[in-house]
Design a protein around this ligand. Sequence first.
Ligand code: FES
Length: 505
Amino acid sequence: MKKSPIRGFFFLYDKIIKLENNNSIGNGDRMQKKSIWSKEIKQKQMMNKMSCEEVDIVIIGGGITGVTLSYLLKDLNKKIVLVDQGIVGNNVTSRSTAKISFIQRDIYQKLEKTLGYNTAKKYYESQVFAIETIKRIIDESRIKCDLEKSNSYLFTTLKSKENTIKKEKKLLTSFGRKCIETDKLPIDFSCLKAFYAEGNYTFHPVKYLNGLINLVKDKVEIVENLLVEEIKTEKNKYLLKTSKGMIKAKQVVVANQYPFFIKPGFLPFKNYIQREYVNVAKYRGGFNFNAINIEKELHSIRFYKDYIIYVSNNHRITNKLDIKKNYQKSRDDFYRLFKLNPEYNWLNQDLMTNDHLPIIGEVKKNLYIATGYNAWGMTNGVLGSSIIYDLLLGNTNTFSELVNPNRLSIAGVTNSIIDSLSYIKSYIESPFHNQCIYIEEENGIKYNVYIDKKGKKHRVKRKCPHLKCNLIFNEEELTWDCPCHGSRFDLDGNLLEGPSKKNIQ
Ligand code: FES
């Protein structure tokens, strides 16, 4: 066994970085490197084994789509099982800002330009439908999830983007939505031109999921910490190979973020992963609006009780591989703009589609998928569950054609080429920022090694089990992150987030 000479280089590099970071924002003891919603996450039901091996419907993924779908299906008298590779609600949904809004940057003009006015209008209608559905579910089930009305602002700080703001407003007005023009936000934040619209909301996403789980848990079997490794067909049923045994199902819904199969649908060629960073701190109370800008570099704001939630520093996962620097930039921006040190700081990963529409529907007979929410997971998650509910029951759904997963996209092919080129970077660059991290080689296999504060050694293979990109150490959350398609693993290589279907062995 030998240590790589690269370790010496990174030791020196780390010293320089540490000197820099001693003067940086957000390194205080109070800061929690996790989502503000995460304290509500509870282990629902730890099953060692599935109670039955043959069911009607398996839903894979315990986020907003899977849980809402379970709620919609609960009274159908079918055997339904909801499985999650971790704890229900402890994934993408818990990292969201949980805006429930149809103001989604310049989405409508993008759709109008590429797919026509009617598609843009249909997408708007789908978002309004989703907002009304969330509101109806919360009202009828009396879930206490801090749902609040919240005016949504779209704004710019650039003269060159004024027309884009005007055009988005004009489109929304043509759809029948009243928009009010302004040149400032309700808080002191740079803004040149903006408008806002009513009819939008914010809530606590984990309280929403917990409330629904309480209502479905006697009718839907919930199995946590179960990894689905393979989906095969057997006659006219599906056979799922899982970490807790085989499950046979008539219908399967894949409602976790990354579409882990390539065929059917060629879904990985139609999307890419975006990362963004969230900072939260106490702010003057009394605000209940949310805002997002139109420029490429994201500024997104919402409020929760006395807190301000700010999202920035968005980038394709294949770019900006220096994770620590990305976190630090987001904290520095937060301090520069609000003069606040974050109490919570975390990163979020979103699956972005190349044609800006989500991917929801049947990819193969009785196999359904819902993903590609383009950072609007609350509305699109509920839209996804509503569409799949109808498809499972053989009903027609007015939005199913809009988001059909088998649609073709020329933009998808171009973007896949761009992504493939940037994946190569991960084989070359793999920055480490801590002297406790180095590479070992044994029998020709490279391992990443991290020594924790207690001196315990954590060693994992350097290659991601999905498609073998080099893993990068996330020193902020103490995870091994893949810069290609976003798989994440804990220090000992246990899978936290796919598309990988395996732990690092
Ligand atoms: Fe695809 Fe790692 S190679 S997630």
